[in-house]
Design a protein around this ligand. Structure first.
Ligand SMILES: N[C@@H](CCC(=O)N[C@@H](CS)C(=O)NCC(=O)O)C(=O)O
Length: 325
């Protein structure tokens, strides 16, 4: 099994992502194995990672950041063990080593790999973030962002400061699921399929699918403020984490260069709109994002040079208020 995204290429040269392993659920029911409790869980993230950023966005907008603590690793992958060559997420040795990154406050782990090894003696998958950690049972509850955000949306509402915000409301669930599906394949995972392709054919297939999906978003966002209507939903957070990285990273590093995000008026204004939603801007650390991608994939960028631009300011005015919300 692949231990890193850079090894997840099939014989055809296409990038194929492996599934997450820890799939337990936190529940609002006090009898459950993992009940929603203040102070019990910890979220390990990287500010660079779009999947982890979904989760941190939820912590902020649901008002859960006092109930669930979190720590970010350093931006650039390093050797995770002296005895083998694996490269992955590591913690800094001190608070000051890299702004935004902090030493592991719970287990004193040096790497995310160490946390997986603490949770399971025979783990053989990738050492990915996000990791939702249970301080009481000292194990990984779940390492799949699409499930972590669902728990944060609904299971902590007795504790959340913003319990009323429902990003997966029952009347929209089918539409959100359907939207997530094409956005995941075309855009969220689509940029990775472009970047990690090792043959021309799979790259072209991925890049065409990506731009078809972006065109579709552009059209939808010409009629409504958000991707599933005029209220913010889970589908917007999932889309946003990819869009915010698009012009700064994916356009160059992953060869997603048929068009820039800022050449799509609706998508560009929409990205600014979500960036300006209370709590979201604090989840975007562009230094970590750029240092990670350009510095952690030597097969794509051997010298680790970080391109200077474009340094877009997403806090400038947008035009999305023209749609009623
Ligand atoms: N399915 C996972 C994917 C998480 C994921 O791929 N995270 C990447 C960072 S962006 C990672 O940690 N990769 C480590 C590696 O490839 O070794 C989720 O959505 O939570």
């Amino acid at each position: 099994m692949a231990h890193s995204a850079v090894d997840e290429t099939s014989d055809s040269g296409a990038f194929t992502r492996t599934a997450s392993t820890f799939r337990n659920f936190i529940s609002r029911s006090p009898e459950s194995q993992f009940p929603a409790e203040v102070g019990r869980y910890h979220l390990y993230i990287s500010y660079a990672c779009p999947w982890a950023s979904r989760c941190i966005a939820y912590l902020k907008i649901k008002g859960l950041d006092k109930a669930i603590s979190f720590t970010s690793v350093k931006s650039k992958w390093e050797r995770t063990k002296e005895t083998d060559e694996h490269m992955g997420w590591v913690f800094p040795a001190s608070e000051t080593e890299e702004p935004g990154a902090e030493p592991d406050p719970l287990n004193g782990a040096k790497s995310i790999r160490e946390l997986y090894d603490l949770a399971s003696t025979n783990y053989s998958g990738k050492y990915t973030v996000p990791v939702l950690w249970d301080k009481k049972l000292k194990t990984v509850v779940n390492n799949e962002s699409s499930e972590i955000i669902r728990m944060f949306n609904s299971e902590f509402n007795d504790i959340a400061d913003n319990a009323a915000l429902d990003l997966y409301p029952p009347p929209l669930q089918a539409q959100i699921d359907e939207t997530n599906e094409w956005i995941y394949h075309g855009i969220n995972n689509g940029v990775y399929k472009c970047g990690f392709a090792r043959k021309q054919g799979p790259y072209e297939e991925a890049v065409n699918q990506l731009y078809e999906a972006l065109e579709k978003c552009e059209e939808v966002l010409g009629k409504q403020r958000y991707i599933c209507g005029n209220t913010l939903t889970e589908a917007d957070i999932r889309l946003f984490v990819t869009l915010i990285r698009f012009d700064e990273v994916y356009n160059v590093h992953f060869k997603c260069n048929k068009k820039l995000l800022r050449e799509y008026p609706n998508l560009f204004n929409y990205t600014k709109d979500i960036f300006q939603f209370p709590g979201i801007s604090s989840t975007v650390n562009m230094q970590h994002i750029k240092r990670h991608y350009y510095g952690s994939h030597p097969t794509i960028n051997p010298f680790g040079i970080i391109p200077a631009g474009p340094d877009i300011d997403y806090s400038t005015p947008h035009d999305r208020e023209k749609f009623s919300s």
